[in-house]
Design a protein around this ligand. Structure first.
Ligand code: F6R
Length: 273
């Protein structure tokens, strides 16, 4: 797991947006796994801006979102369909037909979840999965005690998660009690994952996710099992990490390993003949 700790929130956000853009530059037909929530708003703003400046097309990109509230139709103002249309899809040249979120308005949730898993597989799997983290360590809407092998399914939300998302609804009691979410197993199948956490409210969950035991009580800790996992943090989100000095020494202020890499192969020895 790569742990990048940036001095400020805006640098952490820029790093994540740029990582997504780099993926699309590398592979024009990239399959992106996308997230919603407050943390991602600034990431999408930056991504839209950078796509314009660098003239990067999303016309061949496909996307799958992590989750959607069960019971909300796509045109509901607080649905994640609406969030994604307004914050990203309508601001870049991605084809709406190539974007997909679980449908919260289907009658048969199990069939919708099976179809969602099949659609991800048909697209060739997810190249880069974007993640936020809940204060209780959830990823997607995989609340604590979610099976670490879980697939897309209906999940009951904790009261704390419903409260944390109440600001997006007219009244707190309007937050739906359940959501459709990719499972932890689904997330772990992505070829690469990047998680962004900002602010001290996330520091306890971040510490458990990175340094705690792998346990269903902190779903994000399952990411320790992923072979290409990057945690992007600002200083406040990193304060609970025991090995913070180590992470900072390897990636000073979030820098990727460059010329000073102590693990770089030794320079070729000069010819002696
Ligand atoms: C939503 C999602 C959630 C959020 C998490 C953090 O698609 O995946 O796991 O990332 O609830 O939300 P914020 O960023 O609002 O703190």
């Amino acid at each position: 797991m790569k742990v990048l700790i940036f001095p400020t929130a805006s640098e952490a956000i820029a790093s994540v947006a740029d990582r997504v853009l780099d993926e699309v530059k590398r592979k024009a037909s990239a399959v992106l796994g996308l997230a919603t929530g407050g943390t991602m708003e600034a990431v999408y703003d930056r991504l839209v801006l950078r796509a314009q400046v660098d003239d990067v097309s999303f016309a061949n990109v496909k996307s799958f979102n992590l989750d959607e509230y069960w019971g909300l139709p796509p045109d509901h103002p607080a649905s994640y369909h609406t969030y994604m249309r307004e914050r990203l899809f309508e601001r870049i040249d991605i084809k709406l037909a190539n974007t997909r979120l679980p449908r919260g308005d289907r009658t048969d949730a199990a069939a919708e979840c099976r179809a969602y898993e099949a659609a991800i597989a048909n697209a060739g799997g997810i190249d880069l999965q974007l993640l936020g983290i809940g204060r209780n360590g959830h990823i997607g809407f995989n609340e604590p005690t979610s099976s670490l092998a879980s697939r897309t399914r209906v999940k009951t939300l904790t009261e704390a998660t419903r409260q944390a998302n109440a600001a997006f609804f007219d009244r707190p009691e309007h937050v739906p009690p359940c959501a459709l979410t990719m499972g932890i197993g689904t997330i772990l199948d992505a070829r690469a994952c990047v998680l962004l956490a900002i602010g001290s409210a996330k520091s306890a969950a971040v510490a458990k996710a990175i340094e705690g035991p792998v346990a269903a009580t902190c779903p994000a800790s399952a990411l320790q099992l992923h072979g290409d996992m990057t945690m992007v943090l600002d200083r406040e989100a990193a304060v609970g990490l025991t090995l913070i000095d180590y992470y900072q020494s390897v990636h000073p202020d979030g820098a990727q390993i460059g010329a000073g890499d102590p693990c770089a192969p030794p320079a070729a020895s000069p010819a002696t003949d």
